[in-house]
Design a protein around this ligand. Structure first.
Ligand code: VG1
Ligand code: CO
Length: 580
């Protein structure tokens, strides 16, 4: 093949958000739009991570992925990349990409130095929906802000990019290596099975035999919803072939370019079919399974449900941390001293960390902040309120890992009981956890796609109000006289303890005397307008009061959050789009 230099002009707005660049497919289909971003990324990397390098290119299989893979392969070839690794049909979950960067070795001993992950995660897919791209580094984690800032600044000045226009398209539905020769030497496209490396890694972490026994127990029943995302490329191999679950326990596990027209977001609103099946939605006469779970489009998120019971993600990570050492072989020698969570995530994990005498870190939203801590051996288990849970086995959150973690905990708690009358259930485990550690009532209100200017003004007002706590408390008391006082208020700022880098403006916090919190942030993953997130949390230590309905317990604080922020006045919205 030969190399062509193409002239181009910068596009505005190619700033990577919380997790890469996410826009409508139609935006990505503009001439050179994707190419500009890819070249800007190559130009932001050290030369040895491009020339002669091995790079992974794949994603959640959403619409436009197959075109994007071919464009990126041609550009990689032209930029001197030695080979690209592609999951069959361009399918690789975000956690599997991370695992492949870290674990996979080519026949000649090469390892990948990075990856283009093609996903917009939980955003809908299809010709009029979203596409996304992000770059992960050699440690398997999302590029840090120092790199994404460089990529963004390159997109603002780009004038040309390199592409091997005459490189034929490679059939990525077929496993195998296709080799080419260019001006600088050989270039390979290596298409491989999407699931093998990932399953191999999971086997080194979990005790598959004990999970198998649990799934085989007549008392236990299991259900997994792939929401038509990339999790489907793993679910049958993992849960059916390896662990012995029945095929009928898998829902929506055929990956589709448009996610079946749905919103591949594992929460109580969008994972409707699973929610109904678990007895939390439409009533039915069929007895729900004991355990249910779902993953998002790129399978890095998870939702865990028991029979008629929802586990909040903030509780989930706390419970995994509290039980990891006994239940999961990977952690048998102890957690590396540290658990950590993103700032808006509830403090349930903090209480566990304190109890187990583990140091813990509070980082800004987005998985990239966990990577440095993990690389430095400071963090084993971490999680986010947004249905993200994971550990230092890779550098992304990991939906299927979280399911296996919960199955491991259930297997451990029931190991002498599989033939008994009644198994220890998901609900039992959570109630026991609350009895030991107290409960963090928690909810998040999302106002999606609101006017960006209005959102900015609302946030600016919340920052301005922070200058006088006495005024804050006066107006809060007028809304709800019974809530505690706000004792501090700030914008969250994080100094990375490993590299000293500082991230500012990471969310507006109002902290109450009784441990309650209100947090306000703008989403960094949307593709149009702005999304305002309000996080509402209240801690209850008294075990006689941990059994209330979450919405009842939180109702005064919710009232304060909505009225104090004047959300209706600013946005014209009388209700959130999604409540989790
Ligand atoms: C959201 C979540 C955040 C998560 C991010 C990426 O970001 O709140 O916790 O890390 O999505 O997840 P934001 O900026 O929209 O609040 V994923 O599964 O979309 O890669
Ligand atoms: Co995701």
């Amino acid at each position: 093949f030969s190399v062509t230099k193409k002239e181009t002009k910068p596009y505005e707005g190619q700033k990577p958000g919380t997790s890469g660049l996410r826009k409508k497919v139609t935006v990505f289909q503009q001439p050179h739009y994707l190419a500009n971003f890819v070249q800007s990324t190559f130009n932001a990397l050290p030369a040895d991570q491009v020339k002669g390098a091995t790079i992974v290119v794949s994603g959640d299989g959403r619409y436009f992925s197959k075109d994007a893979v071919q464009i990126i392969a041609k550009m990689a070839a032209a930029n001197g990349v030695r080979r690209v690794w592609v999951g069959q049909d361009s399918l690789l979950s975000t956690p599997a990409v991370s695992a492949i960067i870290r674990e996979r070795i080519s026949a000649d001993g090469a390892k990948a130095t990075g990856a283009f992950i093609l996903t917009a995660s939980h955003n809908p897919g299809g010709p009029t929906e979203d596409f996304g791209i992000k770059y992960n580094m050699g440690n398997g984690g999302p590029a840090p802000e120092s790199v994404t800032d460089k990529i963004f600044s390159n997109t603002k000045t780009i004038t040309e990019y390199l592409i091997a226009e005459d490189l034929p398209n490679v059939d990525i539905s077929v496993i195998g290596v296709t080799s080419f020769t260019g001006p600088e030497g050989p270039f390979d496209v290596d298409v491989f099975d999407s699931a093998t490396d990932y399953i191999k890694l999971m086997k080194t972490i979990f005790d598959f035999e004990s999970i198998k026994k649990l799934l085989a127990s007549p008392k236990f029943s299991f259900c997994f919803d792939g929401l038509h995302g990339v999790a489907g490329a793993y679910a049958k191999r993992m849960f059916v072939d390896e662990l012995g679950a029945s095929e009928s326990s898998l829902l929506n596990c055929v990956p589709k370019e448009d996610f079946g027209g749905g919103h591949p977001d594992p929460n109580l609103t969008y994972a409707k079919e699973l929610v109904d099946r678990m007895g939390l939605g439409k009533t039915s006469n069929v007895e729900p399974p004991e355990f249910g779970a779902a993953a998002d489009g790129d399978a890095d998120r998870n939702m865990v449900l028991g029979k008629r019971f929802f586990v909040t993600p903030s509780d989930s990570v706390a419970i995994i941390a509290a039980n990891a050492v006994q239940s999961i072989p990977y952690f048998a020698s102890g957690l590396k001293g540290v658990a950590s969570r993103s700032m808006p995530t509830s403090a349930a994990l903090d209480v566990v960390a304190k109890n187990l005498n583990l140091k813990f870190f509070e980082v800004p939203t987005g998985w990239k902040f966990f990577g440095n801590l993990m690389d430095a051996g400071m963090c084993s288990v971490c999680g986010e309120e947004s249905f993200g849970t994971g550990s230092d086995h890779i550098r992304e959150k990991d939906g299927i890992w979280a399911v296996l973690a919960w199955l491991s905990i259930l297997a451990y708690k029931n190991k002498d009981n599989l033939g008994g009358d009644k198994l220890v259930t998901v609900e039992d485990i959570v109630l026991q956890h609350w009895a030991t550690y107290g409960r963090h009532y928690y909810t998040r209100y999302d106002y999606e796609n609101v006017d960006a200017e209005a959102a900015k003004e609302l946030m600016a007002n919340l920052v301005k109000m922070q200058s006088s706590l006495s005024d804050v408390n006066k107006s809060i008391k007028e809304i709800q006289p019974t809530v505690a006082d706000v004792v501090s208020a700030d914008e969250f700022e994080y100094k990375d303890p490993v590299d000293g880098s500082v991230s500012k403006h990471q969310g507006i916090r109002y902290l109450f005397g009784d441990g309650s919190r209100l947090v306000f942030r703008l989403s960094g993953t949307g593709s149009v307008g702005a999304t305002i997130r309000i996080y509402i949390e209240q801690y209850e230590k008294d075990s006689s009061k941990t059994g209330r309905a979450s919405s009842d317990a939180l109702s005064p604080l919710v009232d304060v959050a909505l009225k104090f922020s004047k959300i209706k006045e600013y946005t014209g919205r009388s209700a959130p789009t999604v409540i989790t």
